[in-house]
Write a protein of this length. Structure first.
Ligand code: SF4
Ligand code: SF4
Lengths: 389, 141
């Protein structure tokens, strides 16, 4: 590692937050600052760069303890508004996953299915303060004699509810097109035939993991914006992969790192946890996440100065290639091109369609900036960096 | 997937629920009855939403007409629930008229009602279900 001219610690930054002297900018603002002043000067001036993303994130869910009844029950099959939750935990502990549809959902029988309600919607309803119908069934034991439980639950009355998302905030994702001659319905949205549109996710330069591409400052214990509240990164997410192709600036050009995150569901806000229905694909949960990147040295200033022109992804055919397990790249595009509205592939001009809300990502980065500036949010100390996982 | 709100008038001779059930059995359609009334002179009026694939939908409506049911479609328009829309942009993949489009560089998603043809493609494609079908609710009173 090269010697750094600027060196800061998280403790020093937290002290500045306490004294009201911290300098925070969003990842968007940082682009211009680094361009103008260079990374060294930027690192001296800026303490924290805030990021944001708001997008459907399938690998999400919540652990809930719904409280003991009298007489007690050892619930083994539980539904919330007719959406099955995983009950193979303790007596009244369950996990409700975002992509689980209602029991009688017609799924894709009439294609494309609409997946009107699922686990993500249950989480959204709970966070909105709505009542949710819980039905639990059980076999009886000497200590747990009750066979069935039916009740209305409300988030405020639950003894325990924690959002634990095993994979969120994917660092980079494919740009999807469809080379077949008919429309397809995928987790990357609706793809019209003959590459008529190109869909992409992630907020580009605002996205958390594009601003610390090698995961040098974040890890277990990093405090974040999660669902409108303060949450934590607790590990790398599933499919986390640091050994991917990168450009010289360190930014991966294909899906790389991911985050496992958690936070107290009771503190969250329905604006930042929204149940979604993806046509022909399934249910999910749109999650708002913002990660503050500490500018510990000039390298971190350079990383957070990354702009959409410097971030690239692969164009993948979801019509023929992907379903066969063959995700071969048809070309590379930058997020600046994707955001412009059209891209060019083999001479064909293709309309681009974002799936992730850039407007909401901006809003999150702005909220996190304000929280830090006003002393409502202190940086967490990562105990185990994601670069080592 | 195709869905329309219909106003059905049943002549006195055939006021009979089995007709509607047949739409499910024979044509694989689903229905949602929004209003049903039988008038003193025994003719029936029903407002319902009929959903299924387009071909079955057409056969189902023909079946009703052949039985002597008067079928009127209710004029509908599309409205965006501004609270629910989170400006992702997914709907711009399906909108054929450009009524839903992205404003750059802000990246907000705009809805221009003037350009909307009420094709309803966005209604099922919007992940947040922010695009809603509107019809004259007065009929339900
Ligand atoms: S798909 Fe729905 S939520 Fe997304 S921009 Fe369109 S209307 Fe808004
Ligand atoms: S109804 Fe059709 S034309 Fe109107 S906004 Fe939706 S997709 Fe576009």
């Amino acid at each position: 590692m090269a010697k750094h001219k600027v060196k800061k610690t998280i403790d020093e930054i937290n002290r500045k937050i306490k004294e009201g002297k911290v300098v925070v900018v969003t990842a968007e603002e940082m682009v211009g600052i680094v361009k103008e002043n260079g990374p060294e000067k930027a690192a001296k001036e800026i303490d924290v760069v805030t990021t944001g993303t708001f997008s459907p994130m399938c690998s999400s869910g919540a652990f809930i303890n719904f409280g003991h009844s009298k007489p007690p029950i050892k619930a083994s099959q539980v539904t919330l508004n007719d959406v099955p939750a995983y009950a193979g935990l303790a007596a009244v502990d369950i996990y409700i996953g975002a992509t689980e549809p209602t029991i009688d959902d017609p799924l894709n029988k009439v294609h494309p299915g609409q997946f009107k309600y699922g686990g993500g919607h249950v989480i959204h309803d709970l966070v909105s303060g709505k009542k949710v119908r819980l039905i639990g069934k059980a076999y009886t034991t000497d200590c747990y004699p009750k066979r069935e439980i039916k009740k209305q639950i409300r988030l405020a009355d639950l003894p325990y509810a924690v959002l634990v998302n095993p994979r969120n905030a994917y660092q980079n994702y494919n740009c999807a097109i469809n080379l077949k001659d008919k429309t397809i319905y995928t987790y990357m949205g609706v793809l019209r035939p003959m590459a008529d549109n190109a869909n992409y996710a992630t907020a580009g330069q605002l996205s958390p993991l594009f601003n610390d591409p090698c995961c040098l400052t974040i890890g277990l214990g990093t405090r974040i914006f999660l669902g409108g509240a303060q949450g934590y990164i607790i590990w790398a997410g599933t499919q986390h992969n640091l050994s991917v192709a990168r450009r010289k600036n360190g930014v991966p050009v294909e899906p790389g790192a991911t985050l496992m995150v958690m936070g107290d569901l009771k503190e969250m806000n329905p604006r930042w946890l929204v149940g979604v229905s993806i046509l022909g694909y399934g249910c999910s949960l749109a999650v708002g996440i913002g990660v503050p990147i500490p500018i510990l040295n000039e390298d971190m200033a350079r990383y957070t100065g990354v702009s959409d022109e410097d971030i690239f992804t692969q164009i993948i055919d979801y019509g023929k290639g992907y379903p066969k397990g063959n995700a071969e790249s048809l070309g590379e595009v930058s997020y600046a091109e994707l955001k412009s509205g059209t891209i060019k592939l083999n001479g064909q001009i293709i309309q681009t369609v974002p799936l992730s809300s850039y407007v909401r990502a901006q809003e999150i980065a702005g909220i996190l900036k304000e929280w830090i500036q006003t002393g409502h949010f202190y940086l967490g100390h990562p105990q185990h960096l994601l670069k080592d996982i | 997937m195709y869905s329309k709100v219909l106003l059905l008038r049943f002549p006195r001779e055939i006021v009979n629920e089995a007709i509607v059930v047949n739409l499910v059995k024979r044509f694989d359609l689903t229905f949602n009855i929004l209003k049903a009334t039988i008038y003193p002179r025994k003719e029936g009026l029903m407002v319902m939403e009929l959903t299924g694939n387009r071909k079955n939908y057409k056969s189902g409506v023909r079946y009703l007409k052949d039985l002597g049911v008067k079928v009127e479609s209710i004029s509908q328009d599309i409205k965006r629930n501004e609270e629910a829309c989170f400006h992702c942009g997914a709907c711009t993949a399906v909108c054929p008229t450009g009524a839903l489009y992205i404003e750059r560089p802000e990246m907000t998603v705009a809805f221009d009602k003037e350009r909307c043809s009420a094709c309803e493609l966005c209604v099922i494609a919007c992940p947040a279900k922010a695009m809603e079908v509107n019809f004259d609710r007065g009929l339900l009173e």
